[in-house]
Write a protein of this length. Structure first.
Length: 228
């Protein structure tokens, strides 16, 4: 993906290409945080076949694939309506900063808290959503994906605002997601993520050049410029 990062509001290309990249991204970013649920499910089923856990994971990916298709549709429709409104030298910088601020605020909402609770409790989720068979595994995976979407949609929106094709920002967002879902200090994780998103949003408004690894559209990644 090196060289594909166009910074905030990177062009998404064609639908088929973007969805393919999106699925790979979701697998890389989300599997570390959903792995405890899949591992627990594998230990709870009577059959030791790897098929059922794969079906569960597929349901999870299907849910996130729908988010990618929706994001592409919104971006395409928005681009036709607004033209170059999201260009960096127009409103792009300000919309990106506002997106990060909104994501920070969402971290502190009751809906985020409920969805994060479901994601942090694999046993509670499985006991409350158990379905037998492969179809049941697919439904459980999709349901877990839906809770994960409710938990992480704002963080994924932040990825678009920072550069959806940036490996650096993919790693940062994936780390924040895993941190929130797995560390025992839940409140510390949430408040820490909130602070990071808020700081990035403010810097986009005031001093985007100070953000390491950020690609300014039409320019070079800040880190490359600093290393010259």
């Amino acid at each position: 993906m090196q060289g594909m990062d166009g910074g905030p509001w990177t062009d998404l290309g064609t639908l088929g290409w973007f969805v393919g990249v999106w699925v790979v991204m979701m697998a890389a970013m989300m599997f570390p945080s959903v792995a405890p649920t899949v591992a627990l499910y594998s230990s709870m089923i009577k059959s030791r076949s790897p098929v059922a856990p794969l079906v569960l994971t597929s349901g999870y990916l299907i849910a996130w694939t729908s988010v990618g298709a929706f994001a592409f549709a919104v971006a395409s429709a928005g681009g036709r309506i607004s033209g170059d409104l999201l260009a960096w030298d127009h409103a792009g910088r300000w919309v990106a900063g506002a997106t990060l601020i909104v994501a920070a605020v969402y971290e502190l909402t009751p809906l985020k808290d409920v969805c994060l609770g479901k994601c942090r409790s694999p046993l509670g989720f499985l006991l409350g959503s158990w379905r037998d068979g492969r179809l049941g595994a697919l439904k459980m995976g999709a349901r877990q994906g839906a809770w994960c979407i409710g938990c992480c949609w704002a963080l994924m929106a932040s990825l678009f605002a920072l550069g959806v094709m940036s490996i650096v920002w993919m790693a940062v967002v994936a780390g924040l997601i895993a941190f929130e879902k797995t560390v025992p200090w839940r409140r510390v994780a949430v408040y820490g993520t909130t602070a990071i998103l808020l700081a990035l949003g403010v810097l986009l408004f005031t001093a985007p050049d100070a953000i390491p690894g950020l690609t300014i559209p039409g320019g070079k990644p800040m880190q490359q410029q600093m290393n010259r």
